[in-house]
Design a protein around this ligand. Structure first.
Ligand SMILES: [Zn+2]
Length: 395
């Protein structure tokens, strides 16, 4: 075996008191690492379930050393590659490799691995073109999780896979279109980008994480169409900069359909403070986009001073009357196949943390707008509303 040289070998084993296991893991360290000249790091660490797995963290290795390291470590299941400046990666002999993470590499021109079992791929590649990505994806048909981070050249992504379960697109600023034919895709994260066109007939997402590029614009028709194209994920986690980012102008509300009327869970985080006077406007705007939520969580942070941030939270649980006949000529839900919350919201449970001042205006808002609302329950008690005796007895 070729001997290679290393200046620094850093062995990281986090959080284990199992010394027998640690000794066994140290046995994975390739003997050929001894007497090295280049700097590399080898990290062995636990995964999220505290099961140890053989993993490599390659830092500042040159291309001659890569294959030698890999040949010495064929059991690697996970490789994190941080080799800034390297132009080509070629790695063979990785039958057990499941996860490959490429950290930012603006100089890379080619990338090839013989890893027939690769399932999770993260590419942080500013030079990645559409053609290059598609050639990579065609080589690894088992990929279940794909993350594309800061791929500044990407314009159009086409995913066609029965295996793909999770797709993350982050900081891909030239991207205009994603064409997805992946019936098992259940998680989509779209972060720090503009509105893109989504083409898919098969989207059935459980979870979407959404962060548009920061701006102070209100919700426009393009974003409403984007939300509609997500096709009602069960849970939407949405991080916005300002309250106004989710407020659609009146003329759009009157001419477009609520885009996410079948989304049941919403977690909204606002980066800038939500003032008390804004809370009803915020909830009203969100309930236009998501008119039949079951759970709804809103969080925002207030910078009190340099050392202390107050986190404010309000959560709602909504229950609805079944079988509400859709009224005729209703302006609020005229484009929907079902009634909106205004006609069928039956009970609300509100919990808050550091947001008690926000609750009263919300109570007033719901009492005014929910036609058959029977009760609002707070942690400290129940507020019974209008309705006749029979309905109160049912509570
Ligand atoms: Zn309505």
């Amino acid at each position: 075996m070729q001997r290679i040289s290393i200046d620094k070998l850093k062995l990281q084993i986090h959080g284990s008191s199992d010394y027998a296991l640690m000794n066994r893991l140290i046995g994975y360290v390739p003997k050929s690492f001894v007497e090295a000249k280049s700097i590399t790091e080898l990290a062995l660490y636990e995964d999220e379930f505290y099961n140890y797995k053989p993993a490599l963290l390659l830092v500042h290795v040159d291309k001659q050393i890569v294959q030698t390291v890999i040949a010495s470590f064929p059991v690697a299941e996970e490789i994190t590659f941080d080799c800034y400046g390297l132009k080509n990666i070629y790695m063979s002999g990785l039958p057990k490799l499941i996860t490959f993470v490429l950290l930012p590499n603006p100089t890379l021109e080619s990338f090839e691995m013989e890893a027939p079992n690769l399932k999770k791929l993260t590419l942080n590649l500013p030079n990645l073109t559409d053609k290059w990505l598609h050639s990579i994806l065609s080589k690894y048909p088992l990929i279940e999780s794909l993350s594309l981070i800061t791929c500044k050249m990407l314009k159009r992504i086409k995913i066609s896979s029965d295996r793909m379960k999770s797709l993350t697109i982050c900081h891909c600023k030239k991207l205009v279109e994603v064409d997805i034919a992946a019936p098992n895709l259940h998680k989509l994260s779209y972060k720090f980008g503009d509105v893109i066109s989504i083409s898919s007939n098969t989207l059935a997402l459980s979870e979407v994480i959404l962060i548009f590029k920061s701006n102070n614009a209100p919700l426009d028709a393009e974003k409403i169409e984007f939300l509609a194209k997500l096709n009602h994920p069960k849970l939407l986690t949405w991080i916005i900069t300002y309250v106004k980012n989710v407020i659609a102008p009146k003329e759009l509300r009157e001419t477009l359909r609520s885009p996410s009327y079948n989304v049941k869970q919403l977690k909204l985080t606002i980066e800038h403070l939500c003032e008390i006077y804004e809370i009803t406007e915020l909830v009203d705007a969100l309930l236009w986009i998501f008119p039949l939520l079951e759970t709804h969580f809103i969080q925002w942070t207030e910078d009190d001073n340099r050392y202390y941030n107050t986190i404010h939270e309000i959560s709602f649980q909504f229950s609805y009357e079944n079988h509400v006949r859709k009224g005729e000529n209703l302006n609020c839900c005229k484009f929907l196949p079902v009634s909106c919350w205004r006609h069928c919201l039956k009970t609300i449970k509100i919990e808050e943390s550091e947001a008690s001042a926000y609750v009263k205006p919300l109570e007033t808002y719901f009492i005014k707008n929910a036609e058959i609302l029977r009760s609002i329950q707070y942690s400290e008690g129940l507020v019974l509303l209008k309705q006749d005796k029979d309905q109160e007895l049912e509570l």
